[in-house]
Design a protein. Structure first.
Length: 143
């Protein structure tokens, strides 16, 4: 039995690939790209089945972030609040660093906050909102 092993890097993602098959081939093409060629047999569709009675529940959206994308001034609208409920708002950059952190107390059922992030570099950020036990993350883009 032939065994082939390769360590392949795609951008920042490294993948170790293994192949154990009589027909497995490992090699390089003309551009020095490493490849593994492993034949795969067709699965038997009769072995595939679904047996689930669980219902899919989609929670209604409880916060909006708009306009998105823009040049750094965002409106954060949080709804379905109870008076006195604590809201935690954090904005993260792609490295995971917190670049904005705020806690507020709800006064009404809907709370709108203007986030001025115009001093930040253009790019993608993530807004993490927590109200009580509810948590959600949305992507925001500064152009």
């Amino acid at each position: 039995m032939k065994k082939a092993t390769a360590f392949v890097v795609f951008g920042l993602l490294a993948i170790t690939a293994f192949a154990q098959n009589n027909d497995a081939k490992i090699g390089e093409d003309e551009s020095s790209i490493l490849y593994i060629d492993v034949p795969i047999s067709q699965p038997n569709v009769n072995d595939c089945y679904a047996n689930s009675t669980d219902e899919i529940v989609v929670e209604e959206e409880w916060f909006k972030l708009y306009p998105n994308p823009n040049q750094g001034i965002f409106n954060l609208e949080i709804s379905k609040l109870k008076s006195g409920e604590k809201m935690n708002i954090k904005i993260f950059n792609l490295s995971g660093a917190i670049i904005y952190n705020s806690s507020e107390i709800a006064q009404n059922e809907t709370h709108i906050i203007t986030l001025n992030l115009s001093t930040l570099a253009k790019g993608i950020y993530f807004a993490h909102i927590q109200v009580g036990e509810k948590k959600s993350v949305k992507r925001l883009t500064i152009i």
